[in-house]
Ligand binder design. Structure first.
Ligand code: HAM
Length: 404
């Protein structure tokens, strides 16, 4: 038997597919309310796109890309995340020349060649939002509150972690002071951190090695070295979140695993799903559009990892809806099919294709969660009527076919 690849799953169990669709419906409704519109970008992009945006020093680009040379000798890769493709589409389609704010949402599969474990897959789904052209910190608050609204609507508990990664005014100076700190501890830090010191020093701060973490408790904090603009924006953001009753933890070691961030960085975590606890992550990336050859455009976004939510989503109570159509006589099948098809224009309809007795049809209607079981037998065929049972209100009636 040929099996699916490691870390790549099917979503076909009724419970899972219902949760998945319910998540997409809920997140789409909320993102639309916040002014976002749907965007779809390809799953395959030039490798250079991710090298330039996510960053060569990141684990995603350095170790986890599904990269290959295609039949036309192009160096391509399956997208490990959604932001880079959306920014490329934004620039390629000259949206960077449009003055108004542009907001997009997307959902789809992402690919990372990571070691699979609970909550960590090689093919997984994200729901993401990207907002372009708004430097106002009110937008940062809106995106965070939108994630909150999505999780609240789904009955998901979470903690918000928040940090500021500074900008081109304050980050370079901070990086220098962090590097000097690392140099004084060179012999004690892990090999990965020694490498990060040269490639992307701030990534040392979220090293998983506990010995390194003990050392970094004393490392200089960017939060205490922000320039005036970043400091004031961060304070405005936290007071906006306070005003909206949104609790947060400031985590000065939250640096995110992708290189394009500046200023606001955030992660939503759950304590109910084990080690892979991040259920959403995002932040500002004010320089990325320019970096990908567009006009300088401030931007901010986030992505939610859908698989990690599956066991957390509280589904609404199941209700009966729509119709089940069944024939009790071979001669009634074509009429039942016709009536059922007509009803499908406005209602959810299940049609039984075989002539069966009443009990079997009622059972099938119940299984299909239909509210009405509509039956056509020999009598009804002769009288031009239908027998209808309302499975919710437990009533029965006979109705004329032409009025149905
Ligand atoms: P990220 O933090 O790399 O950010 O991923 C976002 C979410 O995707 C994570 O919080 C997690 O829930 C889920 N995720 C990541 N890797 C896996 C995996 N291997 N298996 C299952 N779920 C996973 C980004 O991707 C950014 N593009 C977010 C963003 C959008 N920033 C700005 N705009």
């Amino acid at each position: 038997m040929i099996r699916s690849l490691r870390g790549m799953n099917d979503t076909l169990e009724i419970e899972d597919s219902a949760r998945f669709s319910y998540f997409i419906q809920t997140a789409t409704r909320i993102a639309t309310n916040y002014g976002f519109r749907f965007i779809e970008t390809p799953q395959l992009e030039e490798t250079a796109l991710f090298k330039r945006s996510v960053g060569e020093s990141s684990d995603i680009v350095g170790k986890e890309m599904y990269q290959f040379i295609d039949k036309g000798e192009n160096d391509v890769c399956l997208r490990p995340e959604g932001t880079a493709g959306v920014v490329r589409a934004f620039v390629q389609n000259k949206y960077d020349r449009v003055e108004t704010v542009q907001r997009f949402f997307y959902h789809g599969t992402m690919f990372r060649y990571e070691r699979p474990q609970k909550g960590r897959l090689r093919q997984f789904h994200q729901f993401g939002c990207e907002s372009f052209g708004e430097a106002n910190v009110l937008e940062d608050a809106s995106l965070i509150l939108m994630v909150r609204d999505i999780f609240n609507a789904l009955g998901i508990n979470f903690t918000l972690k928040l940090n500021s990664l500074g900008d081109s005014n304050c980050m370079p100076q901070y990086r220098e002071s962090l590097v000097s700190f690392l140099e004084t501890h060179e012999a004690d830090i892990c090999e990965d951190c020694q490498r990060r010191k040269a490639t992307n020093p701030i990534r040392v701060l979220d090293c998983k090695n506990t010995h390194c973490q003990d050392i970094y408790v004393k490392a200089p904090k960017l939060m205490q070295n922000l320039c005036e603009g970043c400091d004031s924006d961060f304070k405005t953001l936290t007071s906006l979140l306070d005003e909206h009753g949104m609790a947060y933890e400031i985590d000065t070691h939250l640096v995110r695993g992708l290189d394009y961030y500046s200023k606001t960085a955030f992660e939503f975590v759950s304590t109910e799903i084990g080690a892979q606890s991040a259920i959403a992550g995002g932040g500002r990336y004010d320089r990325l559009v320019e970096f990908l050859d567009g006009r300088a455009t401030p931007a901010i976004g986030f992505a939610i990892g859908i698989e990690r939510l599956m066991e957390l989503i509280v589904m609404p109570e199941k209700t009966r809806e729509g119709y089940y159509f069944g024939a009790m006589d071979e001669n009634a099948i074509s009429k039942v099919y016709k009536l059922g098809m007509q009803k499908r224009a406005s209602e959810k309809v299940t049609i039984g294709y075989k002539a069966r007795n009443l009990k079997a049809h009622l059972k099938a209607a119940d299984k299909a969660d239909a509210q009405y079981c509509v039956i056509l037998g020999e009598n009804e065929l002769n009288n031009g009527t239908l027998w209808v049972k309302d499975l919710l209100n437990k009533t029965e009636s006979e109705v004329a076919q032409e009025t149905f």
